[in-house]
Design a binder for this molecule. Sequence first.
Ligand code: GAL
Length: 332
Amino acid sequence: MKYNLYFICLLLTAFTLKTSERYNCFRPGEIWKDTDGKSIQAHGGGILYNNGVYYWYGENKDSPTHKQHVPVVGVSCYSSKDLYNWKYEGVVLPAVKTDTAHDLHPSKVLERPKVIYNEKTKKFVMWMHVDTRPGYKYARAGVAVSDNPRGPFQYLNSIRPNNAMSRDITLFKDTDGKAYIFHSSEDNKTIYISRLTDDYLQPDGHFKRLFIDQLREAPAVFKHNRHYFIITSGCTGWTSNAARYAIADSVLGEWRMIDNPCRGPKSEITFNTQGTFVFPVQGKKDAYIFMADRWNPQNLSDSRYIWLPLQIRGDSLAIQWLDKWDLSYFRK
Ligand code: GAL
């Protein structure tokens, strides 16, 4: 009996090892498994690079309810050194099941979490979209902190930054240490850029209204040389639409809307995705990756990840569809 059990354990271990394949390239839109062989759950996500490790935070939608909305599970975290193979670090900000009034109760909405590090306070700060359903009427930005990138994060509160609604959100830390949240506001008609206090825990009162009445959302922001770029989507829920990018010389300055950066099949609907984040690849020059979600509203947990390299020439930006690619795409 003892030996039988031993053999079953051995077989199970061998099976698990076999199912967790190692990746050496990106295959946009295909199932992407973590190092335990489970599908990655980090939708609407973003990347933090800290001490030689990339951390990928996102919405965990692992739920038996395959509907347009799933109960809030929390924010997942994965870690990687090579960007292909991701180790599951767990749910670092879990839903609060015991308090129906809490922002993070499973009945609510938790979307698009992003994390940055604050050098002054030595805290990892997460901002996210929290909301109520149906209707997304609460429209607030939630904030949480941790001493460790692997969590656990402690939820602090939610606000309407500068008294304005806040739905789709991203977090951007500038090279001077100032940080900003970009959030869809005024019923998604206008994006706000709200600068944060030095501890990154609340708005400092400086803000700008961007793309007024243009109905943009899903902001992804990055800086290249002296230019700031933003990529946004239109507002059509889970259905994909055309991305647009804009450029500025300072975060709270003038932004020029340029064009759709996507090239290739389905470029008019962002390759059937919606953007969520752009991050620089460490140790490579001019190397940035665009992260997007191919939402599957019938089964949100099976929404796929599309990562593609950016091509930047001066102030022009292009994202070319690739079925398969790896980091050798970028020059050293
Ligand atoms: C999209 C938004 C997603 C999610 C979805 C719900 O517009 O970008 O994050 O909120 O709507 O319908």
